[in-house]
Structure formats: C-alpha cells, structure tokens
Design a protein around this ligand. Structure first.
Ligand SMILES: Cc1cc2nc3c(=O)[nH]c(=O)nc-3n(C[C@H](O)[C@H](O)[C@H](O)COP(=O)(O)OP(=O)(O)OC[C@H]3O[C@@H](n4cnc5c(N)ncnc54)[C@H](O)[C@@H]3O)c2cc1C
Length: 396
C-alpha cells in the first residue's frame, strides 16, 4: 500500500520489486539505509519476468566468467535466507546439460558453445560436476527417449532450481522487517535529477532521494527512454505444464533440471523441471528469439495451441511418460540486451540513478548476488564482485 503522502524523503528509492528489486531492497535495508521500494503491482505477481514457479540455476554458467561469482554468491545468500526463513528456496535436484559439444551446435544466452563453456567454467572455478557419455546418460535417465551417441552430459549436483515467487516474497518481508518502506500498486511515472538529488514522480506523490535504483524489468525502456529504448528489446516467452502417467520418475530425486540440445538445430533444444507438486504438472520451456513486443498488450497466459505445438515438437518425441494434456501455461517476458547480457550501471545523464537490467532470459539465478553488489555500490561506494562487464558503454 502506498503511503498517504504527496512528498516523501528517503536515502534510496528502488523502482520495481521483482527479482532484482527485492534482492536489492533487502540488503540495503539490512545495511541501515533509509530505503523505499515501489512497485506498480503487488509482488510477487505474474505480470513481469519473475513468475512461473521455478528458475534454473547453476554455478558454472556457460554465459561467461563475469557471471560465475554472481551465481556462486546467490547460492550462498539463498542458503542464508533458507536458515533465516526456515523455508526451501533452492531445490538441489542437480542441473544437467546435454548436447554434442564437438558439433559446436549449442549456442545459448550469448555463449557460442553453451555445453563446452559450462564445462570450462566448472573447471576454471572448481565447481563440482560430473561428465557422462551417452551410455551413462541412457542408464541413468530413462525419462529421456533417445540420446545421440555423440551426446555428453554435464551434471552439476549442487545446482537445480530456485523458487522465484517465494524468494521475492521472503526478501520483501525481510526488507520490511529491517525497516524498508514498501509502496505497492504505485506507478513511477518520471525520474529526474537536479544536482545531487533525484526527484521521482509516482502515482502516490513526489519522492526525493539521494539515490535511485531502477529495477523495472520490461518497463525499463519505457520509463527511462533514451538510450535504453533503443538498446533493450522485450520478447514474449511461453511456459507449459503437462500431465504425466506417473510423476514419480519426474521427482527432484530422480530427474535433474535439464537443458537438452536434442539435435544440432538450436530450435530443437528445450528445458524441463522436476516436479514437486504433481497437481501442477511437468514444466517445460525453451528460450526463443521472438519479435520485440509491447509487453503491456500481452496477457498472462500462453495460447493452448502453443502448448500443444510445444508438446508435439519437443515433449512427445523426447520424453517418456509425459502426457499431451496441458495442465497450465503462462506467458513471461525477457528484457534483452544486444549481446544477451546485463546492464548494471549508472544512467548516462543521471549519475545518482543506477540501472539494473539483468535478464536476457538468464538473470534470476544471479539476482541475489546482483542485489547485494548493488547495495554495496550504494552503501560502500564499490561492490566486492566486479560488475564492469555489465557496463552501459558497450552499447553507446
Ligand atoms: C519464461 C522465463 C524463463 C526464465 N528462466 C530463467 C531461468 O531458468 N534461470 C534464470 O536465471 N533466469 C531465467 N529467466 C530470467 C529471469 O526470470 C529474469 O532475469 C528476472 O526475473 C528479471 O527480474 P527483474 O527484476 O528484472 O524483472 P521483474 O521481475 O519483471 O520486475 C520488474 C518489476 O518492476 C515493476 N515496475 C515496472 N515498471 C514500474 C514502474 N514504472 N513503477 C513501479 N514499478 C514498476 C514491475 O511491476 C515488476 O514487479 C526467465 C525469464 C522468463 C520470462
């Protein structure tokens, strides 16, 4: 609920309380900053990029070495949050990446050969993993119909999936308890900086702050305008849940999260999640290069034909025991940079406004590390993890 005020003073305002905003608000509040978080809805919600029940995580991220410390730190923070809230936020089912690395046909999230670069990151950063050949994969995972003889599996046993809505909810609760002010159902309309002070116009009144952090996801380009409106694109992605003959083989103890490059064609790759609650079905997704869209015109559900088509193309031919019956589906947005990376940098004209656009389809697993790093930048002037790879200048 927005405070009943027309002018409010704070040290830091965090604009948008999805994955990045919630993860930033809590460490700022813990550091004793007077902090206000604002969201146009009431997070966690299903209108942005952080819904759908689960997000893949792994530490040896094939996207590149700049990301690994963020993923590792996020896992550490989650372990701390699990103790604090006595809840599970990361299910360590393991994450399995399967493909034929020698064909070089596994490009994803900006990595040329995603499988090979995941293995390289694991070796470079000493992350526990296992490599399997096709026979070992066949023996271990009967849920998958057919592996190629050239296939290799990379299994990271301490990885798995995060629970996005539960994490956002807990961090907002933690932030509130630590003294943060939170305004939900409040739209930020304009951000201006005069001298050293930021003025934020919201639907609940004016906020004056020393610093602002913009974590507005798909709305970032519309809110900030140039240069973000020409750098960021927003694409619609679909999530599908299907029924199964028997859910036992899809439990987190028997099936890891998987990213499977089924053939040498990228369009044949897809991802699946273990099932914790059979009533929800087996979740399957795939990142797709879809056209840039006006996300405000898109509804929260995918079309039934999309789920049927996804089943016919990916699930039916490749998974054993998953039925074509669609239990649920959803639509979600990627906010992408041209190199499929992140932007974590000051606004080019407003040096008190820090912009965090960390999606490109792979941001959630890093959100806790990013939030802490942003809080350090604001509170200490510098983050422990190097954020320079996420500079804005590379697009200007
Ligand atoms: C289908 C799908 C699958 C994904 N899979 C994975 C995965 O497996 N692993 C992974 O690591 N990542 C994954 N991602 C990416 C990850 O989910 C995103 O990187 C992350 O959720 C982005 O969070 P965000 O905070 O930037 O955006 P959001 O969570 O959308 O938050 C933005 C918030 O800003 C608020 N807001 C916007 N404008 C305003 C305004 N003007 N005033 C007030 N509030 C405003 C919105 O209401 C929203 O709550 C996936 C994304 C999608 C869509």
């Amino acid at each position: 609920m927005a405070a009943n005020t027309t002018e409010y003073e704070t040290d830091v305002i965090v604009i948008g309380l999805g994955a990045m905003g919630a993860s930033t608000l809590y460490p700022l509040a813990k550091r004793g900053e007077k902090v206000l978080g604002v969201d146009r809805f009431a997070p966690p919600h299903a209108k942005g990029s952080s819904h759908g029940g689960t997000r893949v995580t792994r530490e040896a991220v094939g996207e590149g070495p700049a990301y690994v410390p963020l993923a590792v730190r996020s896992h550490q923070i989650i372990a701390e949050l699990e103790k604090e809230f006595d809840r599970t936020f990361l299910v360590k089912s393991g994450t399995l990446i399967v493909g034929s690395p020698m064909t070089g046909a596994t490009p994803l999230h900006g990595a040329q050969d995603f499988l090979a670069s995941s293995i390289a990151m694991a070796e470079r950063f000493g992350i526990r993993h296992e490599i399997m050949n096709a026979d070992e994969l066949r023996a271990r995972y009967p849920q998958f119909r057919a592996f190629r003889d050239t296939d290799r599996g990379y299994l990271e046993p301490n990885a798995g999936y995060m629970l996005p809505e539960a994490l956002i909810e807990a961090q907002l609760e933690g932030a509130r308890t630590a003294g943060a002010e939170i305004w939900t159902d409040t739209v930020v309309e304009k951000i201006e900086q005069q001298g050293g002070k930021v003025t934020v116009t919201t639907s609940a009144g004016i906020v004056k702050a020393k610093r602002a952090v913009v974590t507005a996801g798909a709305w970032t380009r519309g809110l900030l305008g140039a240069p973000f409106d020409r750098i960021l694109t927003v694409t619609r992605q679909a999530i599908h849940w299907y029924d199964a003959d028997d859910f036992a083989p899809f439990g987190p103890g028997r099936m890891p999260v998987f990213i499977w490059f089924v053939t040498d064609r990228l369009e044949d790759y897809f991802t699946g999640f273990p099932v914790t609650d059979p009533s929800e079905g087996v979740k399957m997704v795939a990142s797709r290069d879809t056209p840039d869209i006006d996300h405000e015109k898109i509804g929260p559900k995918a079309e039934l034909w999309e789920s049927n088509e996804f089943y016919e193309k990916h699930v039916g031919p490749n998974m054993v025991g998953v039925k074509p019956d669609v239990v649920n589906n959803a639509a979600c947005f990627y906010t992408n940079t041209p190199d499929n990376g992140f932007i974590i940098d000051n606004h080019p004209q407003m040096d008190k406004v820090l912009v965090v656009s960390a999606c490109s389809g792979h941001g959630f697993k890093h959100s806790l590390g990013i939030g802490e790093a942003v809080a350090q930048v604001i509170h200490d002037g510098k983050s422990e993890i190097d954020l320079s790879a996420f500079n804005l200048a590379r697009f200007l």
